[in-house]
Write a new protein. Structure first.
Length: 348
């Protein structure tokens, strides 16, 4: 092999080693690899030019080229390991977390007690085969009253002193219009088993037990052969699921224009367990909802032949349930959004 080759190779090697020592990050390292070992590098060019040499020269130069290539590749690998280690150390340093620093507080919300009660009641009725539907808060006089068998001069209209928007439009005073809307939507199909949570409005003076806006949950079941015992059994299952297996319900006769017969439904007092206390006024029972068998006229007006179909309905106040459940004495607390009050439900 000629001395020229030898010198040239030695020069390439030296220069390559020197520039490798200067490469200080992975990008420089990659560039070096292309420049020194790539096809267009001096070594690459020499390998290519070898074709024109005499066989003996070719062998000697080939060996020399291979050796230097291997040497340079080896140097590249160890330099790469060094740089990787250095870059990793830098990265670790940069991403270092001081685990002794106090954490930043993530403000945790709490589900509102009324939402909780609604979800809980929905779960209970869904497990009994009901579905959950919702309806409009702005209603017509027709749905809110007429189709529920509450004609214009009916005294029940006074019981539900109404926010009228126009002569015909109003803020619904109860969720019962959804009985009619549901039957209309079902167009005579059965069974119907729905509950309807939603806001209702009445022109009441706000006090500890009244609010001009509150939340009802309506229930409706319609099918052939539905009886009052189905109503009682369903409500009893509901009471046990919500307030514990020793709960019972009691039905008292009452009056609603859209049910016949109608009843008010009591629970065993959740405060004294039935022995009588201030909360239940010594009776051992507390009223939780109104209910009854859907009035034949309501069925007929909604397209269900009352000679064939029967149904039951009920309506309860979510606030009242929440107050019993969590021992809240003033309904207004549920609407004042005092964080000190609401935060108590974070872990409830
Ligand atoms: N809508 C009644 C109210 O607001 C509550 C009610 C009573 C609903 C009896 C019913 C029912 O579905 O059957 O006072």
């Amino acid at each position: 092999m000629s001395d020229t080759w030898r010198h040239e190779l030695e020069a390439i090697r030296e220069q390559a080693m020197a520039s490798l020592a200067l490469a200080s990050d992975s990008k420089a390292l990659n560039d070096w690899r292309v420049e020194v070992l790539g096809k267009k590098s001096a070594l690459g060019q020499m390998s290519k030019a070898m074709g024109g040499l005499a066989p003996e020269d070719r062998r000697v130069l080939g060996e020399a080229l291979n050796r230097i290539r291997q040497e340079l590749e080896q140097a590249w690998r160890s330099r790469q390991a060094e740089i990787e280690a250095k870059e990793k150390a830098l990265r670790l340093e940069r991403e270092r977390i001081d685990v002794t620093l106090p954490g930043r507080d993530v403000p945790l919300g709490a589900m509102h007690p009324i939402s909780r009660v609604i979800e809980e009641i929905e779960d209970i009725f869904v497990s009994l085969g009901f579905s959950v539907v919702e309806g409009p808060e702005v209603e017509t006089d027709h749905y809110n009253f007429e189709l529920l068998n509450i004609p214009k001069d009916h005294p029940a209209r006074d019981m539900q002193d109404t926010f009228y928007l126009t002569d015909e439009w109003l803020l619904r005073t109860h969720t019962s219009p959804m009985q009619v809307r549901t039957m209309e939507r079902m167009r005579g199909r059965t069974p119907i088993r729905v509950i309807v949570p939603g806001r209702v409005y009445r022109r009441d003076e706000d006090d500890a037990t009244h609010s001009h806006q509150f939340t009802q949950i309506e229930g409706l079941v319609v099918d052939e052969g539905i009886r009052m015992s189905d109503l009682k059994g369903t409500l009893e299952a509901f009471a046990k699921a919500l307030f514990g297996p020793s709960q019972r319900v009691r039905l008292r006769p009452s009056y609603f224009p859209f049910t016949e017969p109608s009843c008010e439904v009591d629970l065993v007092c959740v405060s004294c367990g039935g022995s009588g206390c201030r909360m239940c006024k010594g009776t051992g029972w507390i009223e939780i909802l109104g209910a009854g068998m859907v009035h034949p006229r309501v069925l007929d007006m909604s397209g269900y032949d009352s000679a064939r179909y029967t149904g039951f309905a009920f309506g309860l106040g979510a606030e009242r349930i929440a107050m019993l459940r969590y021992g809240i004495s003033d309904i207004r607390m549920l609407y004042q959004n005092d964080l000190r009050f609401l935060r108590q439900f974070r872990h409830a």
